[in-house]
Design a binder for this molecule. Structure first.
Ligand code: NZQ
Ligand code: ZN
Length: 385
């Protein structure tokens, strides 16, 4: 295990009725910018609960943060926040709204062009407004991490930043707020969370027994509870386990002190920027093929994954790994996520386009061993066609 500093400052209020806890989190005289998406929180009563908890505080509202939150939209919220001198950002929605809130919180006090925050991956941030969140879509882990991914459609870019100042101070996780999710969105969330575990676990052995066993149990919970929670959206206990599993998949715990890959996310963000494919669906396309192409370096962990997560035994190691990759593909498909580029009307020519874009950004060596070059990216995507 490598040396690490484990840091997670987000306080979680989990369970039914916990939106009321906002009242104890925000100073009574705070000026709050409530950030939201297209309106799902109005339809399902979450907005009304939030306003009740905010009581007499001064609240400004900004609706319209889209899926894959857009820089130009968010800059309008930045203008509003600066003009009204807000001192807290409250995100109410899915990962896109939460990520958007992190960007707005960082951009409001930022002296230069806020796009630099993305171009420098957050490395120059010195301050940010405090953020609270009410999560209505489990999956991204944004409720308890310091990362945000922002799209800029006008120049077809999708970039991430990460900084300790971007952690929410608190997050409310009431599984009942997720009952109204369409099947496509909850399936996406489960697949996204599962892939976050893969990114931090399917690398090479690091003698990190706690992280390994913990990662395996998060995957088991998603496999055991995920499909049922898609079919029975109002089953509280199943959904509660999905929500909590997704938080632990990307709150820093299973990734502490271990090698991490993140190539499927880097490639996937390009597929979203170019073709508008949902984030989780890009991962479902890339992962089966990436695991196959990268099996020389990932073999030991793939064999462990086959045995401990999918219960595959007998036969040669190569055949067990084949089976594990096929089970992974089948898991995505069982959730309703198609796993080939052609399923999204994208042809193999995108492989060289994505490789070229990564080359242009200087991303010449990604993955846990730095052995995923643009040429390898192209091979992975051709195999995913
Ligand atoms: O906009 P509204 O009306 O709220 O509708 C949303 C949106 O259309 C809807 N929705 C959310 N909660 C709902 C609901 N509909 C009914 N009932 C509810 N309770 O769901 C749609 C999708 O929402 P979105 O927030 O876009 O989805 P998700 O949570 O999957 O977020 C995806 C974004 O997060 C980024 C992705 O790249 C993508 O931009 N990620 C962020 C990460 C992070 N911060 O750590 C890591 C991830 O790997 C990921 O990259
Ligand atoms: Zn993800």
């Amino acid at each position: 295990m490598e040396n690490f500093t484990y840091f997670n400052p987000t306080r979680i209020h989990f369970g039914r009725g916990q939106i009321a806890a906002i009242d104890g989190e925000l100073p009574p005289r705070s000026r709050v910018l409530l950030l939201a998406g297209g309106g799902s929180i109005r339809a399902n009563g979450v907005h009304a609960q939030v306003l009740k908890a905010l009581g007499g505080r001064t609240v400004f509202e900004f609706f319209g943060v889209e899926a894959n939150p857009d820089f130009d939209t968010l800059m309008k919220a930045v203008v509003l926040a600066r003009a009204e001198k807000v001192d807290w950002i409250l995100a109410v929605g899915g990962g896109s709204v939460l990520d958007g809130a992190k960007f707005v919180a960082a951009a409001v006090p930022y002296a230069g062009d806020p796009w630099e925050i993305l171009q420098t991956r957050g490395s120059k941030l010195q301050s940010a407004l405090p953020i609270g969140t009410v999560l209505t879509l489990p999956g991204t882990g944004s409720e308890a991490n310091g990362a945000a991914v922002i799209s800029r459609r006008s120049i077809r870019q999708k970039l991430a930043f990460i900084h300790p100042l971007a952690f929410p101070r608190f997050s409310v996780l009431d599984p009942e707020t997720t009952f109204t999710l369409p099947e496509r969105q909850i399936s996406n969330g489960i697949a996204d969370a599962f892939t976050h575990v893969i990114e931090q676990y399917l690398t090479y052995p690091a003698h990190a027994a706690v992280q390994d066993r913990f990662a395996e149990s998060v995957m088991h919970v998603l496999i055991d509870e995920g499909p049922g929670s898609v079919k029975s959206p109002t089953d509280y206990d199943a959904r509660a386990n999905v929500v909590w599993a997704a938080t632990w998949a990307l709150n820093g715990a299973i990734g502490a002190g271990v090698p991490q890959d993140w190539a499927s996310h880097t490639i996937g963000h390009e597929l979203t920027a170019l073709h508008g494919i949902d984030h989780a669906r890009t991962l479902a396309v890339v992962i089966p093929s990436l695991l196959d192409v990268q099996r020389p370096g990932k073999g030991a962990k793939l064999a462990q994954y086959a045995e401990r997560v999918w219960g595959v035994s007998g036969g040669s190691e190569a055949s067990r790994i084949d089976a594990a990759i096929e089970r992974t593909r089948a898991f995505y498909e069982s959730l309703g996520l198609r796993t080939r580029l052609r399923d999204y009307s994208v042809d193999a020519a995108t492989a060289s386009e994505v490789a070229g874009r990564l080359r242009a950004r200087g991303l010449l060596k990604i993955g846990e061993r730095g052995d995923i070059t643009p040429e390898v990216v192209e091979r992975i995507l051709r195999q995913a066609a």
